[in-house]
Design a protein around this ligand. Sequence first.
Ligand SMILES: C[S@@+](CC[C@H](N)C(=O)[O-])C[C@H]1O[C@@H](n2cnc3c(N)ncnc32)[C@H](O)[C@@H]1O
Length: 286
Amino acid sequence: MTEKTLQEQEAIREKVRAGYSEIAETGALSCCSPATEPVSACCGGSADGLAQELGYDAVDLAALPEGANVGLSCGNPTALASLSEGETVVDLGSGGGLDVFLAAHKVGPTGRAIGVDMTPSMLTKARRNTVNFVQQTGLDNVEFRLGEIEHLPLPDNSADVITSNCVINLSPDKPQVYREVFRVLKPGGRLAISDLALLRPLPKTVEEMVAALVGCVAGASRMDDLRVMVTEAGFTDIELTPEPVFTEAQQASQGGLWNEIARHLPADLKPSDYVTSLNITAKKPA
Ligand SMILES: C[S@@+](CC[C@H](N)C(=O)[O-])C[C@H]1O[C@@H](n2cnc3c(N)ncnc32)[C@H](O)[C@@H]1O
């Protein structure tokens, strides 16, 4: 784990923000990957097809405001979180609001679901979706805040659960993200993350591809490093479970980015030999 200077970190955030601004403004592209083909080219044929492969319920998806699912997920952290009525949930890198709206249903009118995202156009999209969500459900328990997950716009000890879906890999300072999550969770609070992780180091050419960074691959950490980050932030009951549904679907679909990455790998290896989707759960001690 080499630390990046503040300038290097900002340069990475700028590339990531530019990539997701383009996605928010031009419509969803393919599966956590700003490739050139539309989302229908991979992972079950649509954003909802991908989500169902990841374990989302078709009925829950159909009840979402149109456009909340932008097809950028790689897991199902809301299911992992086992939410209860009345809980406060914070979703890191909330995009169009998919997991925030689903969480809002689960925590109900006495709970709260808050999305944080650093890309203004993603936030605009999510806030437009909120208007429809309130009209459709009568629930007024959703909020989206502009901010970086390394500097959460939330008070100490204020959330019961923190979720995140395919986002922390994009952060240039992941140990700081886990420290922030620990600060914001209440004692006894839980972490439920879906993300991508590396199984072996990527070739330098892939590490340096902007599309592979924005596509959630080049910035991913090794599983051992993730465990150290979560432990050093103070969490207990840490579980890292590879859940390669997403990465296998990408591999099978041979989408634009994965094809491009494959061209930089030795002939006997494929992208899913390097990267896996995984779940991370942990608790802040009570
Ligand atoms: C791959 S998309 C996932 C969106 C959403 N979680 C989903 O599953 O549909 C990544 C999102 O994280 C946001 N993001 C990336 N890095 C971030 C950071 N350092 N702080 C806050 N948001 C970030 C991006 O703007 C984008 O909306």
